[in-house]
Ligand binder design. Structure first.
Ligand SMILES: [Zn+2]
Length: 313
């Protein structure tokens, strides 16, 4: 596998190595180009239709992407979030909707969140009477959830590096699975931590959605350093199947988020500088918020299926 080093990308502080990859699901080398933004190509595997980005930051360096300015990015259209931790009031409302989704499947018990960020989801679940525990790679975000939300069970590090004691009744990953270098390994790990009647809840973006096709390479989820995979309902179902999970529910409802007027206007710059310029007089919208669901993401609730040597559930 060829390795190359690129000069610094405008939105990252330092130079990062990049490596060419092929489909991690079936090993096929051939692909069709979905989108291209040199040095990155969004590739659809000719063998299994899985969509991935090549080249990409190697697994050994991936944690550095989240160690810098991820939650206070100056280039949030391409990398990270702009003031994520300060937008707490918006996240509280967004995650209340997601908690409603979870509660439809599980009313009580232990919740584990992978990629717990500032802790807003876990705090909402705690408020609803669940026991909560989180894993977060960014020390800054983990510390925020401890200091500002009083969450004590937050492990800082990668999932494979922290010690967790299952079983968990709910395991949640909101907009995380597209960031990890080996989704199958992560899901298999989670399969070992989930209760037999537990529920795995995953949200990710949908490469086959109408909006993704309409916007093409300007799709806001094309953030090539961090979104290294793009699932569809079909490829995600297949990935879950490899990991002894099956889908109980898949929906785009509740997959939106509350955004500020400022966020909306800033993101319009990516879509069109002209549209962004025309919106400049409307800066008074900055302080307003509204719920947006473009239906280009989906939420899956998955249940564990019996593994070899395990009793039928
Ligand atoms: Zn493939």
């Amino acid at each position: 596998m060829a390795r190359q080093t690129t000069g610094p990308l405008p939105y990252l502080r330092d130079e990062l190595p990049l490596e060419d990859v092929h489909c991690c699901m079936c090993g096929t080398v051939e692909y069709d180009v979905v989108s291209s933004a040199p040095p990155f190509t969004v590739a659809r595997c000719c063998g299994c239709e899985f969509v991935y980005v090549t080249p990409r930051v190697p697994e050994s360096h991936l944690h550095l992407v989240y160690a810098w300015d991820y939650y206070e990015s100056d280039h949030a259209g391409d990398y990270g979030y702009d003031g994520y931790l300060e937008d707490g009031a918006l996240h509280v409302r967004t995650f209340a909707k997601k908690a409603d989704f979870v509660e439809r499947h599980k009313k009580s018990g232990r919740v584990l969140e992978i990629g717990s960020a500032g802790g807003f989801f876990l705090n909402e679940m705690k408020r609803r009477g669940f026991e909560v525990e989180g894993v977060e790679i960014s020390e800054k975000a983990a510390q925020f959830s401890r200091d500002h939300l009083g969450l004590t069970n937050i492990h800082c590090g990668r999932l494979e590096d922290v010690t967790l004691e299952g079983p968990f009744d709910v395991i949640a990953m909101w907009d995380v699975i597209e960031h990890v270098s080996d989704p199958v390994a992560i899901l298999r790990h989670l399969r070992s931590l989930i209760a037999r009647d537990g529920i795995l809840v995953v949200q990710t973006q949908n490469i086959d959605s109408f909006v993704a096709k309409l916007l093409g390479q300007r799709w806001h989820h094309f953030k090539h350093v961090e979104h290294i995979y793009h699932f569809s309902p079909k490829t995600f179902a297949s990935t879950l199947g490899k990991c002894d999970f099956q889908i109980a529910e898949l929906t785009a409802r509740g997959a939106g988020k509350y955004i500020s007027g400022k966020f909306f206007i800033d993101r319009m710059r990516r879509f069109s500088r002209t549209v962004h310029f025309c919106l400049t007089p409307f800066r008074f919208l900055d302080k307003m918020s509204f719920y947006v669901n473009l239906r280009d993401e989906f939420i899956v609730a998955a249940i564990p299926t019996a593994q070899k040597g395990e009793d039928k559930q």
